[in-house]
Design a binder for this molecule. Structure first.
Ligand code: ZN
Length: 319
């Protein structure tokens, strides 16, 4: 069996204040908070998952928010930029929306023949909105952004590397990607039919400093696989490459294995199932603190140390 990776599953980053994080991603960017849980490896801190209505793989951006977290540094050995897809006609809307919320952005540029609007979240995480006409996914209709302009999931993730050769080899010779474009020092790879959510970019930056993973940086990028069986096959294949890969971890909403790619970026391969409706109904995703069964007995203690957070009012903002 020679499966391919199906695309980007999720991106996990580190944030500071949890309420500020919710205000930005659910409020300004209009994503749905699809799960409010804790960091299973550190249950005294939150783990927030944002995505489309269901938290479909390929739309999920997750955060470990730590108040007073030390600020990281963007650089090599990091997934530096996370890009979201929007319809081609929505670029103006997003410029106005960011302006209305006092968020600085760079003048839009054309890259790989698409319009790219770059900005940062309140912790400095580098984000982009990419406007193009090839998107097939629908946006979430009930968020703080009108459905026609809603973020449609990931477009790409930019891996910043001081040498791209070994990582490119892993992507193309093992993970099923192919190089589809090159512009300046940036290379684009696609898997499956390609397009938004099924691509990844490498930025070759040999003279850039090394990144420091902390607040405002990406912790890891997860890739989609369809089942527990295909995940085990991936685990064997990665181990055969001589890379150190973890055992399967139960993340409640998917199952995960982790390894560091040759450029130093933490990769995860995560299963599409079971998804976020496994422990609460679709209509109320993200509204209550959910804990995995093995932490339920500690709920009182966990809730007492987590700062309260509330969702911004939906549809309340005219911008
Ligand atoms: Zn993950």
């Amino acid at each position: 069996m020679r499966d391919e990776i199906l695309g980007i599953h999720h991106v996990t980053a580190i944030a500071g204040d949890p309420q500020q994080n919710v205000n930005f991603y659910a409020g300004v960017l209009g994503l749905r908070l699809v799960k409010k849980t804790v960091n299973f490896d550190d249950p005294g801190t939150y783990h927030f998952y944002y995505g489309d209505e269901q938290g479909t793989p390929g739309t999920i951006l997750t955060f470990f928010p730590w108040r007073n977290v030390r600020r990281g540094r963007q650089g090599t050995g990091q997934a530096m930029t996370t890009s979201f897809s929007v319809p081609e006609a929505s670029l103006g809307y997003w410029i106005e929306r960011l302006t209305a919320h006092g968020i600085e952005y760079d003048k839009p540029v054309r890259r790989f023949d698409e319009q790219v609007l770059a900005f940062r979240d309140p912790d400095g995480l580098m984000l982009e909105v990419v406007a193009h006409s090839r998107e097939k996914r629908d946006g979430w209709e009930n968020g703080s952004v009108a459905g026609e302009h809603a973020l449609l999931g990931f477009h790409t993730v930019v891996l910043c590397l001081d040498s791209h050769v070994e990582t490119a080899k892993l992507l193309t010779e093992t993970m099923g990607f192919r190089q589809i474009a090159e512009e300046g020092n940036q290379y684009r790879y696609a898997v499956k039919e390609g397009g938004a959510g099924m691509q990844v970019d490498i930025r070759h930056a040999p003279d850039f400093w090394q990144g420091v993973v902390a607040g405002g940086t990406v912790h890891h990028v997860a890739w989609r696989t369809e089942s527990d069986d295909t995940q085990l096959a991936w685990r064997r294949r990665i181990a055969e490459l001589g890379l150190s890969v973890t055992t399967v971890q139960d993340r409640e909403y998917f199952h995960s294995i982790y390894f560091r790619e040759p450029g130093g970026i933490l990769f995860e391969i995560a299963t599409d199932p079971p998804g976020f409706a496994v422990d609460e109904p679709l209509e109320s995703l993200g509204t209550n603190l959910k804990l995995p069964p093995w932490l339920e007995s500690s709920r009182q203690r966990i809730e007492s140390v987590l700062p309260p957070v509330h969702l911004p009012e939906s549809k309340s903002e005219a911008a």
